[in-house]
Design a binder for this molecule. Structure first.
Ligand code: PLP
Length: 358
């Protein structure tokens, strides 16, 4: 089976095997890692090693905190305004798709004004993000928020915006997919479940000068400063998810780090988009410049065939290809755990299906 699901988690098989081997007896402790105290020196050592491995992979500068939190991506939708903006402030958001929209609506609860600085629009080459020249930025935004990879829409902003306010990025579905210049960001956050580990867990990489909320009331488990002070163990962390994330980070290092993952991910995406673009049977409606390398939505020219396509795909061992319920169609999610061989096998299935219908 090749799992093209957009989530919750898709994990490398090697990592799952290791977790299986260690499930009953982690680190020669005689118990599962889930049963270890998070204060036990062996667990703490593992947790700190996971942090260091993530720092190594992303080359995180020393003036950033790396936090391991709970509440997934949406938890961060409220953590960000609570931590970075005063109640009477204005914040800028790009609205590039479904997840940006949810982030905007959450931020509206915590600040005086959420200014939507730019949108997605229909261009001659398909859906695209408004050019930065057309963004309506606020003069004194407490931060600028965007989602570089819209998981549902398959739209990506590949260039880091050049704005004055601290940049906050929701990287839930593209973190660790390729090298990244962390120093350009104020906060990077990600729900863990695409490229890191199980759902319900989240990573936040926060520039230290943004710690210390200007809001009087921040819920404690959302408080970046408190979590940083307590080594992300203010409350009991999701110990199993942290452990699995640590295994994924080690797996990524063995694969050759993020430059190698980036090369592989671009190759997988290119294979899919080239095939779709050459076909009259399948199509993708995003301008090539804004296409995601993680989530590739596509439609059949005749949507009456969708159900048949999905049933045959499932029977042939290609799971999770149904598009998000908001947009329909198909979507192939090709996170780090998907090998090139999986994409090649899918393309051969798609070619066979096309032939069988003509
Ligand atoms: N942001 C993006 C880009 C996502 O893809 C998702 C979920 O898939 C979320 C946020 C929400 O994450 P969660 O379901 O962990 O709250």
């Amino acid at each position: 089976v090749f799992n093209f699901s957009a989530g919750p988690a898709t994990l490398p098989v090697d990592v799952l095997r290791q977790a299986q081997d260690e499930l009953l007896n982690w680190n020669n402790q005689g118990v599962s890692v889930m049963e270890m105290s998070h204060r036990d020196p062996a667990y703490v050592r593992m947790a700190r090693e996971a942090e260091q491995d993530l720092r190594d992979l992303l080359d995180v500068p020393d003036d950033y905190e790396v936090l391991f939190l709970q509440g997934g991506g949406r938890g961060q939708f409220s953590a960000v305004p609570q931590n970075i903006a005063a109640p009477d402030s204005t914040v800028d958001y790009l609205d590039t798709g479904i997840w940006s929209g949810f982030a905007i609506r959450e931020a509206e609860k915590f600040v005086a004004k959420v200014n939507v600085a730019g949108h997605v629009k229909e261009g001659v080459k398909g859906k695209e993000i408004q050019s930065p020249d057309d963004w309506q930025l606020s003069d004194n935004a407490a931060y600028f928020h965007y989602c570089p990879n819209e998981t549902v829409d398959g739209i990506a902003l590949h260039d880091i915006p050049n704005v004055n306010a601290p940049i906050v990025a929701d990287m839930s579905s593209n973190i660790l997919s390729e090298p990244l210049d962390v120093s350009k960001f104020g906060v990077i956050y990600a729900g863990a479940q695409k490229n890191i580990g199980p759902s319900g867990f989240a990573i936040a990489i926060v520039k230290r000068d943004l710690l210390g909320s200007p809001q009087k009331q921040v819920s404690s488990i959302m408080d970046y400063q408190l979590q940083a002070k307590d080594g992300s163990m203010y409350n009991t962390p999701n110990t199993f998810a942290w452990y699995l994330a640590g295994l994924v980070f080690k797996w990524l290092k063995v694969q050759g780090g993020l430059s190698e993952m980036g090369r592989i991910n671009h190759e997988k995406a290119q294979l899919l988009y080239d095939f779709i673009d050459k076909s009259d049977f399948y199509r993708n409606t995003v301008n090539p410049q804004y296409r995601s390398i993680m989530n590739v939505p596509f439609q059949l020219a005749d949507d009456k065939l969708d159900a048949e396509f999905l049933a045959q795909a499932e029977a042939a061992g290609f799971k999770g290809l149904k598009g998000h319920r908001f947009v329909g169609g198909m979507r192939a999610s090709i996170y780090n755990a998907m090998p090139v061989a999986g994409v090649k096998a899918l393309l051969s299935f798609m070619a066979d299906f096309e032939r069988s219908q003509s």
